[in-house]
Design a protein around this ligand. Sequence first.
Ligand code: SF4
Length: 360
Amino acid sequence: MGSEDVEFLHSGLLSQIKKWGTKWSLWPVHLVTACCGVELAHAYACGYDAERIGSLNYGICRQTNLIIVEGAITRKMAKVLRITWEQMPNPKFVIVMGACGLKGGLFWNSYHMVRPSEVVPVDYFVPGCPPTPEALIRAIVQLQDKIITGEAKNSAEFKEVDLGKLLGVVKEAKPKKPPKSPKKVEPKPEIVIDKAKEVEWEFGQKLVEELQRELVGLFDSITITDVNRICIRVKPDKLLSVASTLADRFDHVKSVNVIDVPHENKFIVEYVLSSYSIKELMPVLINLATEIPRNDPKVPSLAGIFPSADYMEREMHELFGVWFEGNPWMGRNFLLSPDTPKCPLRKDFKLEEDKYVLEG
Ligand code: SF4
C-alpha cells in the first residue's frame, strides 16, 4: 500500500469503518503492575463483563492496541512498559489507573517510582486508590468516544457547588498550601531489639540456659524478648561461629534485616533463624544480631551456612550498602534497576523533592 492509500484509510470513506472497528476491538495487553490489577480483573469478570463493550484482555502485545497501566510503575517495570508499548501495532492507546500511576500515590517521592506519563503517551487517567471497576469501564467508554470523534472529554462533568451557601455556612476561603514532604527523620529514635520481658516461658528459659552453655565466650547477651522469641547479640567476628553452632537445630534463615541508626553511626544486622527439622523448636525464632560501623559496613555472610540467607543478603546490600563478606553477589546489581540511586533505604537518603508553585 502506498502512502496515499494509507491516507485514504485514515481520512477517506473507509476511515469510519476503521474507527468503528477499533472502537469495538480495544484489546488490553496483560500487564499487571500493582494492586489496581485486582480492580481490572473485577471489571473484566462476569459482574461487569467489559467484553460486552468489545474489550478483551489478550496475552500477546503484538496483537493488542491498549495498555491499562494498573497502578504503580517502578524503574524496572518502566522499561517493560515501554518495550511492550513499542511492540504494539498502531493505533494504540494507554489508560493509567490508580493514584500511583498519576503521581506516585502512597509511594509518592519514593526512590523507585516512575510516572507512566514519562514513559508512554497516556490517553486517560483513572483516579482512585484503587479506582472502581465502573471508573475503569467509563475510561474505556470515553476512549471509544475519542476514537470515533477524535476528541478527549472529561469522563464526568461536575457542577460547581457553593458548599458554604448550600449548608448555610459562610467561611472565608483558606489560602491553599502546598503539601509537605512526608519524609520526616526522627533525630534520635530509640532502637531496641533485645529488650528483656517478663514472660512465662519455661521451655524458653531452659533453651536460653542451654544456649548460654554452648555459646560460652561467643555472645554478648542472650535475652528472651517474648514467648518463642530469643535475641542473641554477638560481635561481628563471632557471627560465623555462633551461626555454625546453631545451624544443626536452627536450620534456616527466615529473614535478614538491617536497621540504620545514623545518630550512633551504626547498622544493626539481624538474622532471624528458625527450625524446620525439630518439632518443638519450630515456633521459636532466634534473632541473631550484630552491630557494624556505618562508615565501613562489613559483616561476614551467613549464606554458606544458611542458603536461604543469600537472596536477602543481596537485597540488604543493595538497599543499605552493607557488604556481606563471602557472598559472591556483592557489588553486583540484583534487585534494583541499575539507574536507582545507591542505598535508597538509608535514613539519610533523600530524593530531590517535587517543587510546588502557588498561583495567585
Ligand atoms: S493506586 Fe492504590 S490500589 Fe492502585 S496500585 Fe496504587 S496503592 Fe495499589
